[in-house]
Design a protein around this ligand. Structure first.
Ligand code: NAP
Length: 285
């Protein structure tokens, strides 16, 4: 492997230590920020992600709240949990862990959330703010990837960024974020997806290539421009094995690459807590 590895941990640590300092200030003023999670169904990976979010809250001093909805409980049970967090003054921000099982309407539940408490930045109002470049919570995984690129000195301004995947939680907001104005942005972004023929013709021109697909090892070395920065945002669990979108052998061609384990995940959690602290500060002001 000749590429420089881009682990997420140092970036997450920096975000979390700033969040911790802000939480201490808030606690001194009598306010404890609170994060809520809603877990629907019994998917092991989702349960693991939620557990990690609560553990990280504890490390930073954020109170955490949780609703668990059985897979057969139906949409009304999910909406009741949303209403409860909307009404709970101790919850500054919350998430509905996605994906939700068949039979639940994730978008309808998202739209029912108080947009001021949307810690994932996925409520239509907040995605609209991202389009309009107004302040608001930014989706955590794209924001974490942007923070990683900044941290590792990967320039995106004016450069050719290709995002593979146009999903609402990752590919679409990633493209918006990097093509917006500002630090760590101003890129020329192309989004490709399953309806694009000869996809490698696009990816081979990328200075920064971001996998947002969810297909294991989708990005191979012959799809990558030598020296490019390659980020695996998409991940797939096969049993207990985590498989990123980017094949490990891409490390022989790329200039920078996220590691198979400990890549984007820790930054997603850190940005979620930052969004919660931002929401708590808005409540105080
Ligand atoms: P999604 O809505 O299912 O989007 C997947 C995208 O990949 C779609 O745009 C799809 O194209 C494209 N795609 C699928 N197969 C393809 C192929 N063979 N060739 C080209 N494009 C293909 O998923 P998402 O919610 O955006 O999430 C994407 C990935 O990010 C998932 O692996 C998810 O686990 C991961 N993720 C990770 C984190 C994290 O914390 N690391 C957070 C959020 C999401 P079409 O639109 O044409 O169908």
């Amino acid at each position: 492997m000749s590429a420089i590895l881009m682990p997420g941990a140092p970036v997450a640590d920096a975000v979390l230590s700033e969040a911790r300092a802000r939480v201490e200030e808030m606690k001194a003023a009598g306010v404890t920020p609170g994060l809520g999670t809603i877990l629907v169904g019994d998917d092991d990976a989702s349960a693991g992600y939620v557990r990690r979010k609560h553990e990280t809250c504890e490390q930073v001093g954020i109170a955490s709240f949780h609703h668990e909805i059985p897979a057969d409980a139906g949409q009304e049970a999910l909406l009741a949990a949303v209403d409860d967090f909307n009404d709970n003054p101790e919850v500054d921000g919350y998430i509905i862990q996605h994906p939700v099982p068949d039979g639940f309407d994730f978008n309808a539940a998202l739209s029912r959330m108080d947009p001021g408490k949307d810690a994932d930045g996925l409520h239509p109002t907040n995605l609209g703010k991202l389009v309009l470049q107004e302040p608001g919570p930014v989706p955590c995984t794209p924001a974490g990837i942007q923070a990683m690129l900044l941290h590792y000195g990967v320039e995106v301004a004016g450069r050719n960024v290709v995002v593979v995947g146009r999903g609402p939680t990752l590919g679409r907001p990633m493209a918006l974020l990097l093509s917006n104005r500002g630090q760590g942005a101003d890129a020329a972004v192309t989004v490709v997806h399953s309806r694009v023929p000869n996809l490698a013709d696009y990816t081979r021109r990328a200075d920064v290539l971001i996998g947002a697909v969810g297909v294991p090892n989708f990005i191979k070395p012959d799809m990558v421009k030598p020296g490019a920065a390659v980020v695996s945002g998409g991940i797939t669990w096969e049993g207990r094995t985590l498989l990123p979108d980017v094949d490990e052998s891409v490390g022989e061609v790329a200039g920078w690459i996220t590691p198979r384990l400990g890549g984007v995940g820790p930054t997603t959690v850190a940005l979620l807590l930052k969004n919660t602290v931002d929401a708590a500060e808005r409540r105080m002001s």
